[in-house]
Structure formats: C-alpha cells, structure tokens
Design a protein around this ligand. Structure first.
Ligand code: CMC
Length: 427
C-alpha cells in the first residue's frame, strides 16, 4: 500500500505521496506543495533534500555502507578494475568479456585530442592550478567535438561517453606535463587504461617507460574508490548543468570546477599541506586539534567530517589499510603518515569530534598514497576527477534518459520591498 504524508498548515491539511527506495529510504514527494498549499521547502546546502531518484549508488552514512549498483565498495576495490567499474556505473551491470573488450576498444579509438588544443594549453601560465586548466580544456573540447552536445539517441550518448573517457586522461596528463615543461605526448594502445594514464603522465623523453605493478594496482584502487558518491557537490553540479541540455563535456567541465574546492575534492591537496604544516611546526597535533575546535579560527581539520557519513567513511578504511601496504611495497617512508595516524587517534577520542560524528573521510589518507606513487600535490584533485569521471557520466546519462526537468530551485526572498528609483544626482 502506498504511503501518504500529511502536512497541516494554517488549519488546513494537505496530503503528499511518499516514495520508498529499494533500501527503504523514505522521501516525501513535495512537487505539488506550492501549487496546493502555497509553500516551498527551505533547505540551504540541500542537507535534507533529495534531488532525484537514482539507481546508481547507495550509501548509508549511519552504517558506513557504500555500494555501486548493488555491489559493495570493498568487493569492487579488491576484485574489479577501473574500467569494469566505469562500465558498471554507467550501464548498470558488470560487463562480460566481449562487452568490456568493445568498451575498452571504443575508448582507445577516441584517445586522440585535436592538435589545436595544444595552443589553448599553451596560453596558460605554468603557475595555473591543474584543476582550472583541466576544466577549461574539457570545455574547449566541445569546440572540436560539437556532435557530442546534441544527444538525441542512446548511440549519440554512447559516442559522447567513450570520447570523454578516451580524451580526459590525455588532458589530465597534459596539464601535468605543461607544468613540468615536458613534451606533450600520447598513450600506448597496448596498455590498460590506468597504466596508459600513468605512462602519459610520467614518461620522460629519451627514457624507456617502466612502472612497478604495485603502483598501477594502487592507482586503480584509488580511482575505483572515488568513482561515484551519489549526489555530492560536483555530481549535483554535473546533473544541474546537464539538465539544461548543455552537453556532457560542458557538464563535466562544471563538475571539475565544483570538485576543485577544499571542502570537496580539493581536500586531498589541503590534507597533505596541513600535515606538512604540522610537521614543520614540530609535529604538535594537539595544537592543531585545538585550532580546529576554536570557532574563532577558520582552520578545520582537513580530511575530517562528511555531510553523509556519521559513523565512518568505508573508503577511508580501505585507503588507510592500502596506505600501509603501498608504502611498505614501495619502500617509502613518509613521516606525515605517522602524524596523520596520531591526529586520527586523538580526534577519535576527542569530545568535539565524537559529538559531531567527525571521522576521517576518503581524502585523509589518499594524498599520502598519491605522494608515495610520485604524484605531485597539485595533481591530487585531478586524480580525484579522473576517478569520479565515470560517476559523473553515469549520473548525467541517468538524468538525460529519465528526461528529468531542468534544475531550478526556488528561494525565499528577504531583500527590500518595492522602492522608488532615485536618479544618480539625488542619491
Ligand atoms: N574540522 C573541525 N570542525 C569541523 C570539521 C572539521 N574538518 N568538519 C565539520 N566540523 C564541525 C563544524 O564546525 C560544525 O560544528 P558546529 O555544529 O559546532 O557548528 C559541525 O562540525 C558540522 O559541520 P558542517 O560544516 O555543518 O557539516 P557539513 O555537512 O556542512 O560539512 C564537510 C561537511 C565535509 C564540508 C566538513 O566536514 C568539512 O569542511 N571537512 C573538511 C573538508 C574535507 O575534508 N572535505 C572532504 C569531504 S570528503 C571528499 C568529498 O567527497 O568531497
């Protein structure tokens, strides 16, 4: 039997249908609220607003559960590779061998970028942050692939999807190479997606490219852990921009900008910078904990807290274990790993953090692994974007296939009432 929610306002009762998800999450469908009762809901930061029904990712913040299309993140991180997970997120099922081969082939076919794009990249100063460059290049890609904007069939959509999956790693690698004055290169068709990305980022002119398998495995796992996270800030941005039918690449470009911020994906860079600062300051974690708790001080413990996870972030658990393994395998000793562990221990015992249910999030330990893999700090958030790309695509595709209406929230106006205009001379 379908459930009904009743709202009483100004002595009148209104009934609204209730939607129940497959994991028993309940949402009141308030589409008719304004039409019937003249009311809107007010929820800055959308802390309690469901923007869509989605079949892609399930997460339970209280229990620390994360699943892509019904598969536990722990299983996928351990047993699948990044392109399999990308296929799963986008198309809903794990691919069989033939489907994965075709998908991989179609992506490889699209891994060239128009040479003219190099001129655009050339216009950026070397000091430019890679996230800004990547967002701009992704947007510029539209000019060279105009057919990717108008997606009137699933085939059009598929073509746009394999194009962005093919070209995005090239753009990401080029942002790094430009910063480090290395020649812009292309990948190698014989390598897997992640190894190819790594090669494009790190191969040196005149040197044979070689990489430890442990590096590629660790990178693959990190990309999987970041691949989707339901309606977070950047994904909501992708869906919002896509809802105006601006096209996949424009939507992704906007998502990259949203991800850049330190409260979202930019936290991975901010965490390492914070840990370095603590180390240089003598390693006094207590002092920084006190700063984070002081409401007069803008300092926050980066990599801690999450809008949805109020128990633990399952990605952080996997990454913490992985950090120990990767650093061990590669023989890397990083003093900030000990500082991070000390900080975590203190925070988990501290009243302020316990009361507010603040736990380490995905970004707390990821930077330590990226650094051990030789990835420069300013590229950390780009790595997050590379991982999140399949999630953004899946969410955009779902939104377009469901023919969702353009995103357009309402507001409660709190400004001036009607005023008489005064000419410039009399103000
Ligand atoms: N350090 C100190 N205090 C914190 C922190 C922190 N990292 N995070 C939250 N708080 C406090 C906050 O001041 C507030 O206290 P009070 O109730 O006394 O006003 C309370 O905890 C609730 O915080 P909030 O800002 O209302 O929570 P939110 O859901 O709006 O923000 C967050 C979530 C992730 C933006 C926030 O926890 C934060 O800024 N964390 C640090 C940045 C970070 O690590 N971001 C990465 C998120 S995970 C990767 C991703 O998917 O983007």
């Amino acid at each position: 039997m379908s459930k009904i929610a009743t709202l009483e306002f100004d002595g009148k009762k209104y009934e609204f249908p209730v939607t129940v998800g497959t994991e028993d999450e309940i949402g009141i469908d308030i589409k008719k609220l304004r039409g019937e009762a003249g009311l809107i809901t007010l929820d800055p930061g959308y802390k309690n607003t469901g923007s869509c029904e989605s079949a892609i990712t399930f997460l339970d913040g209280e229990k620390g559960i994360l699943r892509y299309r019904g598969y536990a993140i722990e299983d996928l991180a351990e047993k699948a590779d990044f392109l399999e997970v990308a296929y799963l997120l986008i198309f809903g099922e794990l691919p069989n061998k033939e489907k994965l081969e075709k998908f991989t082939h179609d992506i490889k076919e699209q891994s060239q970028v128009d040479e003219e794009m190099k001129k655009i990249l050339d216009g950026f100063p070397k000091s430019a942050h890679p996230m800004g460059v990547l967002s701009s290049l992704t947007s510029a890609l539209i000019a060279f692939n105009p057919s990717s904007v108008d997606v009137s069939s699933e085939q059009d959509m598929y073509n746009a999807i394999v194009k962005i999956l093919g070209k995005f790693p090239v753009l990401a690698a080029w942002t790094l190479r430009k910063k480090h004055s290395l020649p812009l290169n292309y990948g190698d068709d014989t390598l897997g997606y992640v190894e190819n990305l790594h090669k494009m980022m790190f191969e040196k002119p005149g040197k044979t490219y070689k990489v430890d398998k442990a590096v590629i495995d660790a990178l693959d796992k990190l990309l999987i852990l970041h691949a989707d996270h339901e309606q977070n800030c950047s994904t909501s941005t992708v869906r919002m921009v896509g809802s105006s039918h601006a096209g996949l690449f424009a939507s992704i470009s906007a998502g990259i900008s949203a991800l850049w911020g330190p409260l979202h994906g930019g936290a991975n860079q901010a965490v390492i910078e914070m840990l370095e600062r603590i180390k240089e300051d003598g390693g006094d974690t207590h002092k920084f904990m006190e700063k984070a708790k002081d409401k007069e001080d803008p300092f926050r413990l980066m990599g801690f807290g999450h809008r949805v996870y109020k128990n633990f972030d399952p990605r952080a658990k996997i990454i913490k274990k992985s950090a120990d393994e990767v650093l061990g395998k590669l023989g890397v000793e990083d003093p900030v790993l000990d500082i991070a562990k000390g900080l975590e221990k203190k925070a988990l015992e501290d009243d302020y953090f316990v009361k507010r249910k603040l736990y380490p999030n995905v970004d707390f330990y990821s930077g330590i692994i990226y650094r051990a893999l030789g990835i420069p700090v300013e590229m950390f958030t780009v790595m997050f974007a590379l991982g999140r790309l399949p999630g953004w695509i899946a969410q955009w595709r779902e939104m377009r296939l469901k023919k969702e209406p353009i995103g357009r929230p309402r507001q409660i106006y709190i400004g001036e009432n009607l005023r008489d205009f005064k000419p410039l001379g009399s103000r």
